[in-house]
Design a protein around this ligand. Structure first.
Ligand SMILES: Cc1cc2nc3c(=O)[nH]c(=O)nc-3n(C[C@H](O)[C@H](O)[C@H](O)COP(=O)(O)O)c2cc1C
Ligand code: SF4
Ligand code: FES
Length: 561
């Protein structure tokens, strides 16, 4: 920025004044580069994370000069831009003197299923085997590919069942881009009757009738909270518009990969379900918040949304696809909404609930990807598709993501009353040479149960008496070759890394728990006090559920600690 002579920009009257404006100044060249990247996109505050992606994608990092220029272009303070850029793991904001990261990044998953499959040895071998000036090796949480553990991301190329050899071959070949799966596209979906129900409902449908169908099916929120899906629609409708719909595609709970599984196969079933729910609550816009770890899904959705626009099924811009940036907490619905608004993903205090005060302060219907897929199926096939399935006194179907020591890890659609025995059977039994010892029923938030609890239906409400819950049905099976205390430590390390830091019991509690859990003998009294403080005083589900692995290990595996 050119300064006028020697006058001092804030000088008025007598005195020396300042020679420069306060704070960092933008550089004309950086501003021109940022403007070129942003093109004619509106300079809206809520698009800040999208713009940070543009810089990161183009340069492999975010220089202080570019961040300053972005702040200038968006009329934001540098502090606002910096705090957002530093919050998300997939951004590399740099201070002036920071070294530029190497051109290639390998993110190796070190969450539970990948750790069981040898991610620690993989990380060491990669660190020893690459030139650190060219390639950096980072640890990263679950990438939703636990069925092919250990997994890593080389640039944006996910390498499944990864070995150092596969990585070196891919580096040599410059193979750093994501691979596209074979999925059902728009025309194939329409040929099978797709979007006919949406058209019928839009023409003369009664939203309350559809809500009744959803209620009759017994569908509950498959993001993990299990709230009856139909009931939410009425809550949102009870608030005056404009209203929004926000799809939770963050799928960050380690061990969960069902949403990716469905989106990489039948994306339109989800999209039609989303548009039916949007019609029911008269949503002005549908935001889809999709995790950055799923580049193929992001491409599928961008392509298929364009197909919907071209076919006139939605107005251009009606579906607003947003890309996460590597933060588990953005799966918590109010944190996701903050992120959609272009901010750090800090969970909000409730009430008010997002059904009342959501995106941009408006009533917002939030649904998980799989929940919406079921909405489409219920409307097409009737509520009986779920309500007619009973097993062990439970009703409905559940998509279990199964990984760990089973023969054939994968997503299994089974009756909601399935026990761990049913689930291991579906996954081809235990892996060869492994005897069943313990299992994580629903992500690290659910902790670990012993093999002896093998007759409990893994469904909503059935696990509470055992001090846990089904959550997103992310089942990880452990064997006689695993120590549950190590699994619990892995889980707490995950929470420590992913805590948003907003409240002390969670931020400090996770850190302290990790330290205590590394001792040969656990201080059980102190760990219990800590757990209680976290449960009582954390703002959101992360801090409230993080003690589950600690408590269940103390309860069922005392011999290990
Ligand atoms: C720490 C935390 C992480 C969460 N992560 C996800 C997630 O990745 N995906 C998801 O759909 N729901 C997640 N949820 C649940 C959401 O807050 C919310 O209940 C859900 O998106 C609502 O949609 P549903 O009713 O269709 O399940 C998370 C909740 C918490 C507390
Ligand atoms: S409980 Fe943890 S993740 Fe949730 S708001 Fe508090 S610090 Fe953030
Ligand atoms: S991809 Fe590694 S644990 Fe899920």
């Amino acid at each position: 920025m050119a300064l006028d002579d020697n006058k001092g920009v804030w000088k008025s009257g007598r005195g020396k004044g300042r020679k420069t404006p306060k704070g960092r100044q933008y550089e004309d060249s950086a501003l021109a580069e940022v403007r070129a990247l942003l093109g004619d996109r509106p300079r809206r505050r809520d698009l800040l994370i999208e713009f940070l992606h543009l810089i990161q994608d183009a340069y492999g990092h975010q220089s202080a000069a570019h961040l300053r220029a972005l702040a200038e272009e968006m009329k934001l303070s540098m502090a606002e831009v910096w705090e957002v850029a530093t919050f998300y793991a997939h951004f590399d904001p740099l201070r002036e003197d920071d070294p530029v990261p190497p051109a290639l990044t390998i993110r190796v998953c070190d969450s539970l299923s990948c750790e069981l499959a040898g991610s620690e040895a993989l990380i060491s071998a990669l660190e020893d085997g690459v030139d650190p000036s060219q390639v950096r090796v980072l640890r990263a949480p679950c990438m939703g590919r636990c069925d092919t553990a250990p997994t890593l991301e080389l640039g944006h190329n996910h390498i499944d069942n990864a070995t150092p050899e596969l990585v070196h071959t891919a580096i040599a070949a410059g193979d750093t881009h994501h691979k596209m799966p074979d999925y059902e596209g728009f025309e194939a979906y329409c040929a099978g009757g797709g979007y006919a129900e949406l058209a019928r409902l839009r023409a003369d449908g009664d939203w309350e009738q559809v809500q009744d169908q959803v209620l009759a099916s017994g569908l509950r929120g498959l993001g993990g909270a299990g709230f009856p899906s139909g009931k939410k629609w009425g809550f949102v409708r009870a608030n005056p518009g404009p209203r929004y719909l926000a799809v939770n595609g963050d799928e960050g709970e380690p061990g969960t990969f069902k949403d990716r599984y469905y989106l990489e196969r039948t994306p339109h079933l989800f999209l039609e379900g989303m548009l039916i729910a949007a019609w029911a609550v008269e949503a002005e816009t549908c935001f889809i918040y999709m995790r950055d770890e799923y580049p193929a899904v992001l491409e599928i959705l961008a392509t298929e949304i364009a197909a919907l626009e071209a076919a006139g099924i939605v107005e251009p811009g009606y579906i607003d696809l947003r890309r996460g940036a590597g933060a588990y907490i953005c799966g918590e619905e109010s944190a996701m909404i903050e992120s959609i608004e272009g901010k750090r993903g800090l969970p909000r205090h409730r009430p008010p609930f997002v059904a009342q005060v959501g995106v941009f302060g408006r009533p917002t219907l939030v649904h998980n990807v799989e929940t919406l897929k079921w909405v489409a199926r219920i409307v097409r096939e009737g509520p009986e598709i779920l309500s007619s399935v009973t097993h062990n006194g439970r009703t409905g179907l559940r998509s279990y993501s199964v990984s760990g020591r089973v023969a054939v890890p994968g997503v299994y659609l089974l009756p909601a009353g399935s026990t761990i025995v049913d689930i291991i059977d579906a996954a081809g039994g235990m892996a060869e040479g492994h005897a069943f010892k313990a299992y994580q029923p629903g992500g690290p938030s659910s902790g670990v149960l012993p093999a002896s609890l093998n007759d409990v239906p893994l469904d909503f409400d059935t696990l509470q008496p055992h001090g846990t819950f089904i959550g997103s049905a992310a089942v990880v099976v452990l064997s006689d070759q695993d120590r549950v205390r190590d699994a619990a430590l892995n889980m707490l390390r995950f929470f420590e890394a992913e805590s948003c830091g907003q409240c002390t019991p969670c931020r400090v509690g996770c850190e302290k728990a990790v330290k205590l859990m590394q001792a040969e003998t656990w201080d059980q009294g102190l760990l219990e006090d800590l757990s209680q403080a976290m449960v009582d005083a954390s703002i959101c589900g992360l801090g409230q559920a993080a003690p589950n692995p600690i408590r269940l290990t103390m309860k069922h595996f005392a011999d290990e600690i």
